[in-house]
Ligand binder design. Structure first.
Ligand SMILES: Cc1cc2nc3c(=O)[nH]c(=O)nc-3n(C[C@H](O)[C@H](O)[C@H](O)COP(=O)(O)OP(=O)(O)OC[C@H]3O[C@@H](n4cnc5c(N)ncnc54)[C@H](O)[C@@H]3O)c2cc1C
Length: 338
């Protein structure tokens, strides 16, 4: 176990944070051994994969950071139509998607280029361009952090929702996901309806794209829209899109007839948080160290030299101003680590 490790390279905001203890897990037996050590029993712990969805709110993590890095991707079942693929938690998510697409397997292509590791993907049921992890998720393996017992979580047991799962709620920090099994198809219908996929494809003369072309288009669209974490620290969408009652939408439409909205479950509607933040005047705002990305108001950015606390303060101001203007409380999607 290493001590006093700087986590700047392990969080996509690029904040300089010191971990009291840091341990990298390359295989599950090492994890089982770690769980029995006196330090592990005594100290608080943080499960850290790629660090693309966390915000360290202070400069010191007073406990053990467990960095999950076990590798391996293999087919565990195949028939005429489907393939079940097992990916270990420490595999890089974008590389996994790329590999599946290059093998002609459908089911994860719209989730291309989302930074992070496979084991973190179920935690917030990652989603993009009309697809969510749960659509191809079969089950995952996980280790109970207190007992060391291995468990299988089915799709139902994971209780997936919009950027949610049981691992972000009741079981937060209690299980380490060790592998994920995906059910992928040898044939599929491409989802082109979302975002500006169709426009991009038309501009590039690919109205009827192949699986590979769709994957590459999504990568290009994302590159043009989102800041590169290697250059500007960020954690993607900082807030979730709020879900509101239709009556509240009707009231808001009196003042803002152009408010975008999408149907959600039980007659509720989802409103893009980025639009609310932009309308509240925050798009492109910046001070010395942090700001709101000029191309997408949903992304809070760290320009360097700042601290997690600066993002916390900015996020609170944005939440307050959106609440005052629209009467809507927007919630963080990013995990805050105190
Ligand atoms: C530029 C950018 C774009 C993004 N775009 C999207 C997007 O389109 N859609 C989307 O859904 N997300 C998006 N994100 C968020 C992020 O990519 C995902 O949440 C991703 O799954 C995080 O993976 P990670 O390995 O970095 O997880 P981490 O940030 O390391 O961890 C995230 C959470 O999961 C927990 N965790 C991590 N690994 C495990 C494990 N093995 N077992 C149990 N718990 C674990 C952690 O404790 C933490 O609470 C984006 C982020 C960035 C920086």
């Amino acid at each position: 176990m290493n001590t006093n490790i700087n986590l700047r390279e392990y969080n996509s905001f690029g904040f300089s944070v010191t971990a009291k203890y840091f341990v990298e897990i390359n295989d599950i037996n090492a994890l089982k051994q770690l769980i029995q050590t006196p330090e592990f029993i005594k100290e608080p712990h943080l499960i850290l994969s790629g660090g693309n969805n966390i915000l360290f709110t202070s400069d010191f993590f007073d406990g053990i950071v467990i960095h999950i890095n076990n590798k391996g991707i293999h087919i565990i079942h195949e028939d005429e139509d489907d393939v079940i693929v097992r990916a270990q938690a420490g595999e890089d998510w974008p590389s996994f998607v790329k590999q599946m697409v290059s093998q002609g397997l459908y089911g994860v292509e719209n989730l291309a280029h989302i930074p992070g590791k496979v084991g973190a993907a179920p935690v917030q049921n990652i989603g993009a361009y009309g697809m969510e992890l749960k659509d191809s998720f079969l089950q995952c393996g996980a280790i109970n952090i207190e007992t060391g017992q291995a468990m299988i979580f089915t799709k139902e047991a994971c209780r997936f929702g919009y950027r949610e799962s049981i691992f972000k709620q009741e079981l937060k920090g209690k299980y380490i996901i060790t592998h994920v099994d995906f059910q992928l198809s040898k044939q599929g219908v491409l989802k082109l309806e979302y975002g500006n996929i169709k426009t991009y494809l038309a501009e590039h003369g690919m109205e009827q794209p192949t699986l590979q072309q769709l994957h590459d288009a999504i990568c290009a669209i994302r590159d043009a829209k989102l800041p590169d974490v290697k250059q500007i620290g960020n954690a993607g969408s900082f807030f979730k899109n709020p879900v509101i009652r239709i009556e509240q939408l009707n009231d808001l439409q009196q003042r803002y007839p152009d408010i975008p909205h999408y149907p959600d479950e039980d007659g509720m509607v989802k409103v893009p948080a980025g639009w609310l933040i932009e309308k509240a005047g925050w798009k492109g705002w910046r001070d010395e160290h942090v700001g709101v990305y000029e191309k997408q108001a949903l992304v809070l950015v760290h320009y360097g030299g700042g601290k997690g606390h600066d993002i916390v303060e900015l996020a609170k101001k944005i939440q307050q101003s959106v609440a005052e203007k629209f009467g809507i409380q927007i919630q963080a999607e990013v995990n805050w680590i105190d």
